[in-house]
Design a protein around this ligand. Sequence first.
Ligand SMILES: NC(=O)c1ccc[n+]([C@@H]2O[C@H](COP(=O)([O-])OP(=O)(O)OC[C@H]3O[C@@H](n4cnc5c(N)ncnc54)[C@H](OP(=O)(O)O)[C@@H]3O)[C@@H](O)[C@H]2O)c1
Length: 274
Amino acid sequence: MLKKLLLLPLLLIVVATVGLNLWGLSHQGTHEPGSDANINPDANRVVVVFGATGSVGDSLLKTAMAAPQVEEVHVVTRRTSPRIDAGVASGRITLHMHSDFTDYTALEQVLRKTNTVVWGLGTTSIGMDDDTYTRIHVDFPMAFIRDWLTYAQTVPRSFHFVTGMGTDPEGDQHWAREKGRTEREMARYAMGNQLRTFSYRSGFIQPASDTINAGHTLLMWLSRPGYLAVTGEELGESMLEISARVDELPNGSLIDNADTVAYAQAYQQRMNTP
Ligand SMILES: NC(=O)c1ccc[n+]([C@@H]2O[C@H](COP(=O)([O-])OP(=O)(O)OC[C@H]3O[C@@H](n4cnc5c(N)ncnc54)[C@H](OP(=O)(O)O)[C@@H]3O)[C@@H](O)[C@H]2O)c1
């Protein structure tokens, strides 16, 4: 009897894991990287990273720093991290300490030349009041796009926003509606302004490979078959690849985990081709 009681939760976990993975497999994979893409070598020349002290942003920063085509990496943040400190010390990163994330006028000189913005700034809705959540996930990125478009001079330009699986402008939950609102609003702002915006509706994003533990590895192993998880590096690489393919995905495209993996693979293939 005791054995059966112990086995039951395990069985439920296995069934739920298999079910979720089957759901992921059947619902993801909207975009396919084209084989004859027009690659613009300047598309990621100047990259700005937001949220670089967080789990997701740290991976985006790591990927940008490692990318040979990225000539300048700028980090906009209110504090630093070991990776930021190391990047500043080596000269790979230009650091911009920032306090008001609704005003970017102080960054005018950087925004003039920016090609790609990877936005990992944001956090969990758990324990956060609705107004604060909206301020961070709607007001901050929308203010940035407004100011960027005021100063921007270089093309191509792209903005990559990490929203999350379950984002839904018509959804029941505040976080899902607000992130969905930002997805739509930023695409609307970008229209006719030579800017493409992309929203990544990721599931679990594994932190950078040099920071993971056994729990992350187990979670990845369990959720990867159905594309419920991606690595942070894959996310960063897919952003750079989508930027570089300037004629492929239109402004406002929603990127799921299977898309992220496909574009990351296209990036890796391109980088490994002499
Ligand atoms: N982690 C995942 O598996 C996952 C999956 C799907 C989507 N996402 C989304 O990705 C985004 C980042 O998630 P995360 O896991 O990286 O979160 P995190 O580890 O908590 O990092 C949050 C980042 O946002 C910055 N930030 C938060 N509130 C801020 C504020 N009021 N002002 C300025 N900066 C602020 C933090 O800066 P400080 O260090 O200065 O606080 C940090 O850089 C979130 O929108 C999240 O929903 C994450």
